[in-house]
Design a protein around this ligand. Structure first.
Ligand code: E4P
Length: 214
């Protein structure tokens, strides 16, 4: 399963990229707004740090506007994946953009039938928002399992990108469910490396090693 970081922070991206196990980046308008920078410049800088897919989201409401903005975003760098929201006008834009060879990440997916529509429209990625479903007392991970079954039933190549990840157990469950990608905040990425028994074990090994006289 690929690891993407869900952030617009260059510091977080540089730190995660240095581990060598970061595969890509997702951003959204809220994350980009937090950085207070020119959108295009930020996406370009991210693309120079991470050699993998970088999702940049359209902010237009009409199909025509999303297609125009999506084409502009796709020209920033070959790594750019255009992120389009999952409503009817968005799906119409996905069809046009994918038809022109633009990679598209369909975002704000909350049902398996929405995911089926996105795949039919030619989406490269579908982003089901797991944490936001958990927030309203639905089991978000059930959605990943349902989409995996449907995509496998029909051989869709659209990659499942588990989004709105809030903790390491979401990453574990996404991997068990056969998600292609999990995108996560930096603090979740960092937590994946840690286990108290690893730290204790390493301290003991090093302490014992120091006792060696020869
Ligand atoms: C995914 O692409 C979204 O940017 C993100 O995962 C949303 O997460 P949130 O529900 O924590 O805002």
């Amino acid at each position: 399963m690929k690891f993407f970081l869900d952030t617009g922070s260059i510091d977080e991206i540089r730190t995660a990229a240095a581990t060598g196990v970061l595969d890509g980046i997702t951003t959204n308008p809220s994350l980009v707004a937090k950085e207070g920078r020119n959108f295009r410049d930020l996406i370009l800088e991210i693309c120079t740090i991470v050699d993998g897919p970088v999702s940049a989201e359209v902010t237009e409401a009409s199909t025509e506007g999303m297609v125009r903005q999506g084409l502009e975003l796709s020209k920033i760098h070959t790594n750019v994946v255009v992120k389009v929201p999952l409503f009817k006008e968005g799906i119409m834009a996905v069809r046009q953009l994918s038809g022109q060879g633009v990679k598209v990440n369909v975002t704000l997916c909350f049902s398996a039938t929405q995911a089926l529509i996105a795949a039919k429209a030619g989406a490269t990625y579908i982003s089901p928002f797991i944490g936001r479903l958990d927030d309203i007392s639905q089991v978000g991970m059930d959605l990943i399992r349902d989409i995996r079954t449907i995509y496998d039933n029909y051989g869709f190549a659209t990659q499942i990108l588990t989004a709105s990840v809030r903790h390491p157990v979401h990453v574990l469950e996404a991997a068990l469910a056969g998600s292609d990608v999990a995108t996560m905040p930096y603090k979740v990425f960092d937590a994946l490396f840690k286990h108290p028994l690893t730290d204790l074990g390493n301290e003991k090994f090093l302490a014992d090693w120091k006792k060696l006289k020869t």
